[in-house]
Design a protein around this ligand. Structure first.
Ligand SMILES: *[C@@H]1O[C@H](CO)[C@@H](O)[C@H](O)[C@H]1NC(C)=O
Ligand SMILES: *[C@@H]1O[C@H](CO)[C@@H](O)[C@H](O)[C@H]1NC(C)=O
Ligand SMILES: [Zn+2]
Length: 316
């Protein structure tokens, strides 16, 4: 009975990439359907000054909650476009909720893009991971029909020389040589700590409504893009660039924002508080006054009071 369940689960994952053979990153203008005509496509360039701090918690309600992220059984493969780690036991897969999400979302898989797909203030990172979650209880077919069908967490990686830089990808990189070639599966499943690749500040992020970044580019994704990058070593990065994904890179070009709003979490401003340097204060004020709140000095002042408490009186 359990074996049957696992097979069904794996089969439903395969549907997501059913079209995988027919497209390439070199020919985006030939991608089908909504990929070229959709107005809510991903990835985007996130201009931090244009993002909206959601003080009234209309879109971001409370903290993002991660359950079961620490010990997850996964199988790795190279699908010809990326390296991907899929959950093996669907019934035990991690679940996220809270933040901009309404209800629970079950983890399906994560995969990598090099260079990053999203950009922040016009800047790309060497690597970006996408942790894909489906609204709990929906089949893949049902999720594809709903604007809230999927939730994807994007996390950037920067190459850094520091001693601890290997930590985030330490569990993953030993597998990479085994799935270097296109259409290769890792032989057996292993347990991973997904917390390592999420973020060390998981409440600090941008969020917007967008699409899958591969065909069929369905506009069903609540994107949660962590604003603090994690670190990797130069050797780890080199492993990725040697992987066969049909070309030198595997990222989609930036898509127009059109009429969408990118929200930022309160923590993404609050985290600027830590060191009390004048520069930090300036960036905090610009963070707080980004977009809607610049209209009203009073509102900005209230937020400052909320974040600084009494300490603002000592600092100013
Ligand atoms: C989400 O999952 C938790 C824990 O399993 C459960 O208590 C909660 O009711 C679920 N929420 C929804 C909206 O289904
Ligand atoms: C890899 O695993 C997937 C899912 O289990 C399966 O559909 C596919 O055929 C496998 N590929 C190879 C080359 O074994
Ligand atoms: Zn992706």
């Amino acid at each position: 009975m359990f074996a049957i369940f696992v097979l069904l689960f794996v089969a439903s994952l395969a549907d997501l990439t059913l079209q995988a053979e027919e497209w390439s990153y070199g020919e985006e203008n030939r991608w089908p359907g909504v990929c070229t005509v959709g107005r809510h496509q991903s990835p985007i360039n996130i201009m931090s000054q244009d993002t909206v701090l959601d003080m009234n918690q209309v879109h971001i309600r409370g903290p993002l909650i991660f359950r079961g992220y620490r010990n997850v059984e996964l199988v790795a493969s190279n699908n010809g476009h990326t390296l991907q780690w899929d959950a093996v036991r669907g019934d035990e897969a991690p679940i996220i909720s809270g933040g901009p999400l309404r209800g629970n979302y079950t983890f399906l898989q994560f995969h990598f893009h090099w260079l990053s797909e999203h950009a922040i203030d016009g800047m790309k990172y060497p690597l970006e991971v996408h942790l894909v979650h489906i609204k709990t209880g929906l089949t893949m077919e049902e999720a594809m029909e709903r604007s809230d069908g999927l939730a994807v967490i994007g996390v950037f990686f920067m190459v850094n020389r520091g001693y601890e830089s290997a930590y985030a990808l330490e569990q993953l990189t030993p597998v990479v040589p085994y799935i270097k070639n296109s259409h290769q599966n890792q032989t057996e499943s292993r347990k991973y700590d997904l917390g390592r690749i999420v973020s060390y500040e998981p409440q600090s992020y941008y969020t917007y409504k967008g699409s899958l970044t591969t065909p069929l580019c369905q506009e069903i994704v609540t994107w949660i893009v962590m604003d603090k990058p994690l670190f990797i070593t130069a050797d780890q990065y080199r492993l990725f660039t040697n992987v066969d994904v049909g070309g030198a890179f595997n990222y989609r070009s930036l898509q127009p924002l059109n009429n969408r709003v990118v929200y930022r979490s309160i923590a993404s401003c609050a985290s600027l508080l830590a060191p009390t340097l004048p520069g930090t204060l300036l960036s905090l004020i610009s963070c707080l006054s980004s977009n809607v709140f610049s209209k009203s000095f009073g509102a900005v002042w209230n937020i400052k009071q909320k974040l600084f408490g009494n300490s603002i009186k000592n600092n100013v």
